[in-house]
Design a protein around this ligand. Structure first.
Ligand code: G6P
Ligand code: MG
Length: 217
């Protein structure tokens, strides 16, 4: 039996994965590095400095730590400009009904986002209090694909990992969920999320029938 759902944020509950992509792409262009949507798949779920390192590797560019910190800050400024205009209308369809169903079924919920902007995005979406627990990425030592953030959520909820479902749109995130010993529900395309136990196109695909199936596994 499943007792908890642990959600990623960017690309699962709202389209901020696209904003991260646009902000990184602008930075890559400025550095003369070709950065495609396909390249971006590897960045999804990876923290800010880790993502920058991947882009620099792609362009075989070497920079000092100081320059890297400046570029990461610049990307974040650009990302925040995109987040600024967000509202509750940007919550993906089906998210609120899903949470109502989970609550009604006595299922606990947590947020496992690597983003230092997660609290701001939750506020913009009008859901600052939707979760029973929100992991603070500032206190997570090892980012996804390490299972730490998912295990931290499970522990805070008081639920054993094997009784948790992790919901992720990123390959690194799905790897983290599996490494935590949880059921991985992938959001997106099957070819990109090969390690997931089940892949669905969007949260809105979790209808009552699928939810019952998932909760009674
Ligand atoms: C999430 C996103 C990543 C992003 C990371 C850090 O995991 O999927 O694309 O790089 O958060 O986000 P931040 O807002 O802290 O730069
Ligand atoms: Mg994501």
């Amino acid at each position: 039996m499943i007792h908890a759902f642990i959600f990623d944020l960017d690309g699962v509950l709202t389209d901020t994965a696209e904003y991260h992509f646009l902000a990184w792409q602008q930075l890559a262009t400025q550095l003369g590095i070709n950065f495609s949507r396909e390249d971006n798949e590897l960045l999804k779920g990876v923290d800010r400095m880790g993502s920058l390192e991947l882009i620099l590797q792609l362009g075989k560019v070497q920079l000092s730590q100081d320059e890297k910190l400046k570029l990461a800050a610049q990307k974040n400024t650009q990302y925040l400009k995109l987040v600024e205009s967000m509202s509750s209308a940007d919550l993906f369809p089906g998210v609120l009904p899903l949470f109502s169903s989970l609550k009604a079924a006595g299922i606990k919920t947590a947020l496992a986002s690597a983003s230092k902007n997660a609290a701001l995005v939750l506020q913009k979406l009008g859901i600052p209090d939707l979760f029973d627990y929100v992991a603070d990425s500032n206190f997570i030592q090892n980012g996804k694909p390490d299972p730490e953030i998912f295990l931290t959520c499970a522990q805070a909820l008081g639920v054993a990992p094997e009784r948790c479902i992790g919901v992720e749109d990123a390959p690194a995130g799905v790897t983290a969920i599996k490494a935590a010993g949880m059921y991985a529900l992938g959001i997106g395309e099957e070819q990109a999320l090969t390690q997931a136990d089940l892949v669905i196109p969007a949260v809105s695909a979790i209808d009552q029938r699928l939810l019952t199936r998932l909760l009674t596994m």
